[in-house]
Design a protein around this ligand. Structure first.
Ligand code: AMP
Length: 538
C-alpha cells in the first residue's frame, strides 16, 4: 500500500526561496579579488539567481545542459549554484588548481556548454580554449565595465548577461532524481571521474549535515572550503536552509586575511581543511592574536592532528568537530561533535575521542571488510576496507558503463579504517598509502599525527618505500617551523614515546615544502616516485 502523503520532486532552488522568505536580510559576505568586502543578503541572491536562470533560458539553454564554473567563493558563485541548477541545468564546478591537461579532459568529458570564469582565470582559459570545442560561451564573473580584453568565444560579463533576466522567474518542476551538480574526483591516479549529484540527494545531504554540526540559526559561518570542491561540504545548501550568515574569503585564504575576516564578521563557526587552519593558527601564534568570536570549527578533508586540536582548544577555546567524507559521498559521511559524555572526560581521553573521524549521520551506513570482503567486527581494532552505502552516495560514475558499488550497494571508499563498539570510525590510511612492513600494517596517518606533535614540526608526511628485507619501510618527510633541519634524534625520541618501536621511520628527510594537490591533500605518490629506490640502493 502506498502512503497518502504528497509527492516530493525537489528543486534546490526551493532552498534559496525559503531563505528569501524567512531570512531575507541575512547577510552573504564576500571578499572580492580587490580585497573589498561585498555585502548582500539572501533576498538579493535569490532574485539574482532567478534572473540568471531566466537569462539562461532566454539564451536557449535547457534542462540537462552542463554549465561549468571556474570561480572563487563569492556571492556570484552561490548564485550560479542556484540559477543554473534551479532551471534544471547542471552546475559543474571546476577546480582552478587543476593541471591544465586534467582541466581539458574534464571539460570535454562533461561537454560543458558554458564556462563562468572568474576574471583572474581568463588567461588560463585562453590557453586551453582551442582544445575545448564543446564550450559555446564564456561568461566572465565581473561587472560590465570590468570585462577584460579576451579572445574567449562569445565572452560577456556576468552582470550584463543577467541584466535582462526576469526577477519573477518561476522555477520549473523537475523530474524525480533530476541531476543537480557535477564534481570530478581529485584523481591522483588515472583520469578524474565525475560524480553527478541529484537535487534530492543534495537536499537529504543538507538535512543530514545539520544533524552532524553544532550550529543554530543566525550563526555566522566562514566557508573556507571551496565551492568548486564537493559542493563546499553542502554549506551552500544548508546555510540558506538554516538562515546562517555566510562569510566567504574569495581568493585570500592565508592566515592574516582569514583572521581579519573572522574578526570583522563575528564568525562563530568556521569550515576548512587542516592546511588552512595551520596557516591561521601560525598567524595567530606569531602575532599574539586570539580567535574571539569562533566557538566551533569543522575540520575535514584530511586527518585532524592532535597539534591543531590542542591549539584550537587550549589557546583559542574553540571546539573542533572533525568530519569525514569524500566526493562520492556528497561529501559528508561522519562527524564527531562534542557529546555530553565527551565533555565530562579528562582532556587526554577527550582528545583521543576527537581524533576519531566520528559516527555516521543517519542515512549513511558503514562497515569494514577484510581483503576477501568478509565483514569485520566493530571492536576498535579490526582494520579493513571501509565500505559505505546511502542515498547521497554514488551509484555509478558519470558516463560509466557499470555501477561503482557491489551487488548489495556498498561502495569501497579506498580508506582503511576501524570502527569501535560505539560506532566511531577512525581512518588509518588510504588503501594505497598504507605501509606494509614485515607483513604488518603501519598507519602513515598515525605516524604523521605523532610527528606533528613535536614542537618544531610544522608538517609531516610518511610514505612507504620498497625495502629489501621488510617489503616496505616508512620514510618521514618533515617541514620544520623554521624551515631548517633539526636534530633527527630528537624527532625519533619524541616518536618513540608515541608509537610502536617497529613503526619508527628508518629515515627522516627535511623538505622546504610538501607536495599538495589541487584540494590541499598531500600528494604522496610524488614522494613515493621520487624516493622509490631509496632503500634498495642503500
Ligand atoms: P575527496 O574525494 O577529494 O574529498 O577525498 C576523500 C578522501 O579524503 C577520503 O576518502 C579520505 O581518505 C580523505 N579524508 C577526508 N576527510 C578526512 C578526515 N577527516 N580524516 C582523514 N582523511 C580524510
Amino acid at each position: 500500500m502506498i502512503g497518502d502523503m504528497q509527492k516530493w520532486t525537489p528543486n534546490v532552488a526551493s532552498i534559496i526561496e525559503h531563505a528569501k522568505n524567512l531570512y531575507p536580510k541575512q547577510e552573504v559576505i564576500s571578499r572580492m579579488i580587490s580585497g573589498e568586502i561585498h555585502r548582500t543578503n539572501y533576498e538579493e541572491v535569490c532574485i539574482r539567481s532567478r534572473k540568471l536562470a531566466s537569462a539562461l533560458e532566454k539564451d536557449g539553454y535547457k534542462k540537462g545542459d552542463i554549465l561549468a564554473t571556474l570561480a572563487l567563493n563569492t556571492y556570484r558563485h552561490l548564485e550560479l549554484y542556484y540559477g543554473i541548477s534551479g532551471m534544471g541545468a547542471i552546475t559543474h564546478t571546476l577546480n582552478f588548481r587543476l593541471h591544465p591537461e586534467q582541466a581539458v579532459y574534464i571539460i570535454n568529458h562533461a561537454e560543458d556548454k558554458i564556462i563562468f570564469v572568474e576574471a583572474p582565470f581568463v588567461p588560463m582559459m585562453e590557453a586551453l580554449k582551442d582544445q575545448l570545442n564543446c564550450v559555446e560561451k564564456y561568461i566572465i564573473l565581473c561587472d560590465k565595465n570590468e570585462l577584460p580584453e579576451t579572445s574567449l568565444k562569445n565572452a560577456i560579463s556576468y552582470e550584463e548577461y543577467i541584466e535582462g533576466g526576469d526577477e519573477n522567474y518561476v522555477w520549473p518542476e523537475l523530474e524525480d532524481d533530476a541531476a543537480c551538480g557535477l564534481c570530478y574526483t581529485s584523481g591522483t591516479t588515472g583520469n578524474p571521474k565525475g560524480v553527478l549529484y541529484a537535487h534530492k540527494s543534495n537536499i537529504l545531504h543538507a538535512y543530514a549535515a545539520l544533524t552532524g554540526l553544532t550550529v543554530s540559526p543566525d550563526e555566522s559561518i566562514l566557508m573556507v572550503v571551496p565551492l568548486f570542491h564537493v559542493q563546499a561540504w553542502g554549506i551552500p545548501y544548508y546555510g540558506p536552509m538554516f538562515g546562517l550568515k555566510l562569510v566567504m574569503p574569495g581568493m585570500q585564504m592565508e592566515g592574516e586575511p582569514l583572521y581579519d575576516l573572522i574578526e570583522r564578521e563575528d564568525v562563530t563557526l568556521a569550515f576548512g581543511v587542516p592546511t588552512v587552519w595551520m596557516g591561521l593558527l601560525s598567524y595567530c601564534r606569531d602575532n599574539n592574536k586570539i580567535l574571539k568570536s569562533v566557538k566551533n570549527t569543522v575540520i575535514g578533508g584530511s586527518a585532524l592532528s592532535l597539534a591543531i586540536l590542542k591549539e584550537f582548544d587550549e589557546v583559542h577555546d574553540v571546539n573542533v568537530i572533525q568530519g569525514w567524507g569524500m566526493t562520492e559521498m556528497s561529501p559528508l559521511g561522519t562527524s564527531n561533535f562534542m557529546t555530553p559524555e565527551m565533555q565530562k572526560m579528562n582532556k587526554e581521553d577527550r582528545y583521543a575521542m576527537q581524533l576519531k573521524q566520528g559516527r555516521p549521520m543517519f542515512g549513511v551506513e558503514l562497515k569494514v571488510v577484510d581483503d576477501s570482503g568478509n565483514e569485520l567486527p566493530n571492536d576498535g581494532e579490526s582494520q579493513g576496507h571501509l565500505m559505505v552505502r546511502g542515498p547521497w552516495i554514488l551509484q555509478r560514475y558519470f558516463k560509466a558503463d557499470k555501477d561503482a558499488v557491489d551487488q548489495d550497494g556498498w561502495f569501497d571508499t579506498g580508506d582503511i579504517s576501524v570502527i569501535d563498539e560505539d560506532g566511531y570510525m577512525t581512518i588509518k590510511d588510504r588503501a594505497k598509502d598504507v605501509i606494509k612492513s614485515g607483513g604488518e600494517w603501519i598507519s602513515s596517518i598515525d605516524l604523521e599525527n605523532a610527528a606533528v606533535g613535536h614542537p618544531d614540526v610544522a608538517e609531516a608526511c610518511v610514505v612507504g618505500i620498497p625495502h629489501p628485507k621488510w617489503d616496505e619501510r616508512p620514510i618521514l618527510f618533515i617541514v620544520t617551523n623554521s624551515g631548517e633541519p633539526i636534530e633527527k634524534q630528537s624527532i625519533l625520541d619524541f616518536l618513540a614515546s608515541k608509537v610502536a618501536k617497529w613503526w619508527l621511520p628508518d629515515e627522516i628527510i627535511f623538505l622546504k615544502d610538501l607536495p599538495h594537490g589541487a584540494t590541499g591533500k598531500l600528494q604522496k605518490f610524488e614522494l613515493r616516485d621520487e624516493y622509490n629506490n631509496y632503500y634498495m640502493e642503500k
